[in-house]
Design a protein around this ligand. Structure first.
Ligand SMILES: O=C(O)CCC(=O)C(=O)O
Ligand SMILES: [Fe+2]
Length: 343
């Protein structure tokens, strides 16, 4: 993992870019802001740009980069809201949202899912009452089993970004780069065959949508169609390989909680061996306020330890973003060349 701590001068340089944007845009969900983010990101401090460029270009095995040192203003961000669609007047996270999108733009193009958090680009990861026992980012009491983000979906992000606003009990994100898992050549060979299926995770299901967006009839029809697509992926998922790319340094897609154990004994045993080997190398990485972490979603798995939510405004609160290296590959599922929402 690489870590870079912003100096005071770098924080000030960054603040100037954010202030300019905050003067012009009230929300990072504004399409004009998203269109401009990459250009503005080139005004961030050079050392940070270089770090992220290297992360994208060289695909280091550590598969995680953390930018540390952004001073989160507790008073300004306000209490942790009870729900991602229930921000109050006391919640001002515009600076943090902008920073997360700018840094993401140095890695690729932020995308959102029409089936997740109302199609927003920047998600709130906070415990929601009623989700305590759910296998979703907004749960709390249940361990989030390690996974590749949106592993089931061909358009899943190349990177997952998380910015920590508050983590009073230092609840860890769990993490393992696939390079740290000691697989034999035989195991790699089996895992590179299309013998496995991954179903959509619960965060994409209509029951967790809580979507209060106002939509045109055309958009509403598209969202309904996306949920139908998710339903089809649930009932008849395509068989895939778990490992792919260069098998000497493979990419990975898996989400064991939503996968079936294959009937074929070799496929099954290898899958089980893989899971225990990942369990053995999985590490805790607790983010601290101000940390912005990017995970290479092709080269690692992550999850989250369970915790007891307080529901009093002081809970763990992260911002989350999905980043695709290339928007084109999902063009058939987006409304225009620069649209960010995958339907
Ligand atoms: O809350 C975390 O640290 C990670 C949760 C997670 O896996 C996710 O939201 O994708
Ligand atoms: Fe995740």
């Amino acid at each position: 993992m690489s870590k870079i701590r912003m100096t005071e001068a770098e924080v000030e340089e960054t603040r100037a870019v954010i202030s300019e944007l905050a003067g012009r845009y009230a929300s990072v969900e504004d399409q004009d802001f998203l269109d401009e983010a990459n250009v503005m990101a080139h005004e961030l401090p050079r050392r940070i740009r270089r770090e992220l460029r290297n992360f994208r270009l060289f695909e280091p095995e550590g598969a995680m980069v953390v930018v540390r040192g952004w001073p989160v203003d507790e008073g300004k961000i306000g209490p942790t809201p009870p729900h991602w669609n229930d921000h109050g007047e006391d919640n001002d996270t515009l600076s943090e949202d902008i920073l997360l999108v700018l840094l993401s733009s140095l890695l690729g193009e932020p995308i959102g899912w029409s089936t997740q958090q109302g199609g927003r680009i920047v998600h709130d990861l906070l415990p929601i009452k009623g989700h305590e026992n759910e296998q979703v980012g907004t749960g709390s009491g249940q361990l989030i089993t390690w996974h590749v983000e949106d592993a089931f979906h061909p358009y899943r992000g190349d990177y997952l970004g998380m910015m920590c606003l508050r983590n009073p009990d230092q609840i860890p994100t769990t993490f393992a780069p696939i390079s740290s898992v000691p697989l034999t050549d035989e195991e790699v060979e089996v895992l590179s065959r299309p013998l496995y299926v991954i179903r959509p995770d619960n965060s994409h299901l209509p029951k967790n949508a809580d979507d209060t967006n106002e939509r045109t009839p055309e958009e509403a029809a598209l969202v309904a169609k996306s949920f139908e697509k998710i339903e089809r992926m649930c009932t008849s998922p395509e068989p895939i390989s778990i490992l792919f790319g260069d098998l000497k340094a493979p990419y990975v897609r898996m989400d064991p909680y939503f996968m079936e154990t294959p009937e074929d004994p070799v496929a099954r045993d290898t899958f089980e061996t893989l899971q225990s080997k990942v369990d053995e190398v999985l590490e805790d990485r607790a983010l601290e306020p101000g940390d912005i972490c990017f995970i290479d979603n092709f080269q690692s798995v992550h999850g989250r330890k369970p915790f007891k939510a307080r529901f009093d405004g002081s809970d763990r609160w992260m911002k989350r973003i999905n980043v695709a290296r290339d928007l084109r590959k999902s063009r058939e599922s987006r409304l225009s060349a620069s649209a960010r929402v995958v339907y």
